[in-house]
Design a protein. Structure first.
Length: 517
């Protein structure tokens, strides 16, 4: 059996393995981002990326493998450079483009991409190699130079006046924001504080302005997690978004706060100042906790009587008189159907409750992945006679995972594909092995999802506007799928275009070691 390295390439001999390890180390030491895509698979997925590409994009390797390169453009899909790249891929030739990409945190960066094909002995293109360099600084310099040329001397006084007006305007906005705002100098002394901060934490301006942040209120802001944010995280990751801190304040009690921090990188008197926004989410989180508790209690309380009802229905089916009318049989069948639907709904709510409380359990065993998919599709075909579910590709591998949970994910994705493509009679399930992961893609030709809804489609209780009007549901199925896949060390995502269908894909690590990493 031919051994495979952890990047998914076959290694035929020890010398070849050593050569490949050397090549991999060389690629990882490159300052340029390097990726390799598999042109023999649908959608040309990424099967290799070096460390520099992870650093440039901000994504981890497990979030990159299996995706098409276009995920870096997010919703910015109308760039002319994309058409140039697509044509070069179609014609199997090399090209160099400059394109706008977006890091995982949403930051824009300019990418200079050189892409070249790899051909086999028959001349067919099997892979593409992409070499990527971040040229944001160069682009920024070009833009600044253009702006300087367009700036005229007579506008300086006018712009100075506008800046003064803007400063006064922004200051008035800051004072009306319903969120505590602080401005700190590089030594963490308070330069300014808005009224909402003073009211929330019951302090006055005189005992706040000019004071060390950690000494405010007799040391009530001397919080370790806050120090970690300002000293360790902020200088290396600008800005810091939604950093949670819980602290028991002497006079106002325990508070759960959401902190957002940004280091000003301007020159002059504002250089290295820190903007710190403090949102008190104590009440909001308590409301969410109560809602989760209610869901948990309600689901458990409903489960017991529903089980009894289901037992009575089954008893009625067994005791059905020989000459029962068609209306009797139809009514009994409908009762059984709706009891099953209600049971599935309550089961989903219990899953959400376990996820929220961190009690989701994985019972991992090795199993034949392709066989599991085939059996799941066969079971669905018995109840979904309106659509044909076609399986393409294969992984030819066993994986270590909780099989029942993965079946639950597949059932949900395929059922959604059937439900939301009423005018299409076919759903495609494509299986593939990409590097040390298995990948599943479920494609329909249905309604499609708007770019706005795609950002929230995996959120708990989210329902798109049009879908909410036409189809019943609670919006928890995809949330459960996402949490199951994440708990297995995989990723899940959607590619969709309004009116042209959707493809939901997920990857799972084959080995337990990959999950830990």
């Amino acid at each position: 059996m031919t051994p495979f390295d952890h990047h998914g390439f076959s290694l035929g001999s020890e010398n070849l393995r050593q050569d490949f390890d050397l090549l991999t180390k060389a690629l990882d030491s490159s300052a340029s981002g390097i990726i390799i895509t598999d042109n023999t698979q649908p959608d040309n997925p990424i099967i290799f990326c070096n460390a520099a590409f992870e650093k440039i994009s901000g994504y981890r390797r497990s979030e990159i493998i299996g995706h098409n390169c276009r995920f870096l453009q997010q919703q910015d899909r109308s760039q002319p450079a994309r058409a140039v790249l697509a044509k070069a891929v179609e014609e199997g030739r090399e090209c160099t483009i400059q394109i706008r990409n977006y890091r995982k945190n949403g930051d824009l960066f300019w990418n200079e991409l050189y892409m070249a094909p790899v051909r086999d002995s028959s001349g067919a293109v099997t892979h593409f190699i992409g070499v990527q360099n971040d040229i944001t600084s160069r682009k920024k310099a070009e833009i600044e130079l253009k702006e300087q040329k367009q700036t005229m001397e007579q506008q300086i006084e006018k712009r100075t006046s506008e800046l003064r007006d803007s400063e006064a305007f922004l200051s008035s906005i800051i004072q009306t924001v319903r969120e505590g705002l602080l401005v700190l100098d590089p030594e963490f002394k308070v330069i300014s504080a808005n009224d909402h901060f003073l009211r929330t934490f019951k302090v006055n301006r005189q005992e706040t302005i000019g004071k060390d942040l950690y000494e405010l209120g007799n040391g009530q802001w001397n919080i370790e997690k806050l120090k970690e944010l300002l000293i360790k995280i902020l200088p290396t990751s600008n800005p810091v978004i939604d950093f949670e801190v819980e602290h028991d304040f002497p006079h106002i009690g325990k508070k759960l706060m959401l902190l957002n921090a940004y280091r000003v990188e301007l020159e002059g008197q504002y250089k290295d100042q820190i903007l710190l926004a403090i949102e008190d989410i104590t009440e909001r989180r308590e409301i969410e906790r109560r809602k989760d508790d209610f869901l948990s209690i309600a689901s458990h309380e409903l489960k017991t009587p529903l089980t009894t009802i289901k037992g009575f229905v089954q008893a009625l089916e067994r005791m059905k008189p020989p000459g029962a009318s068609e209306k009797y049989n139809l009514t009994l069948a409908k009762v059984s159907l709706y009891v099953d639907r209600l049971n599935n709904l309550i089961t989903d709510l219990l899953d959400v409750s376990r996820i929220q409380s961190g009690n989701i359990e994985l019972h991992e065993e090795s199993f034949d992945f392709d066989k599991m998919v085939r059996e799941t599709v066969e079971n669905l075909a018995e109840s979904a006679t309106s659509h044909q579910v076609i399986i393409k590709g294969s992984t030819k591998t066993h994986i270590l995972a909780d099989e029942s949970h993965i079946v639950q994910v597949l059932n949900n994705l395929i059922s959604n594909a059937i439900k939301y493509s009423p005018d299409s009679a076919q759903v495609e399930v494509y299986l593939s092995k990409v590097s040390e992961y298995v990948k599943v893609s479920v494609t329909d030709q249905g309604l499609g999802i708007s770019p706005e809804d795609q950002r929230s489609v995996f959120d708990r209780f989210f329902r798109g506007g049009e879908i909410q009007k036409r189809y019943p549901g609670m919006g928890i199925g995809l949330y459960i799928c996402q949490q199951i896949i994440l708990n297995h060390g995989g990723t899940i995502w959607v590619d969709s275009e309004k009116g042209k269908g959707s493809t939901f894909s997920f990857t799972l690590p084959i080995e337990r070691k990959a999950k830990n990493e």
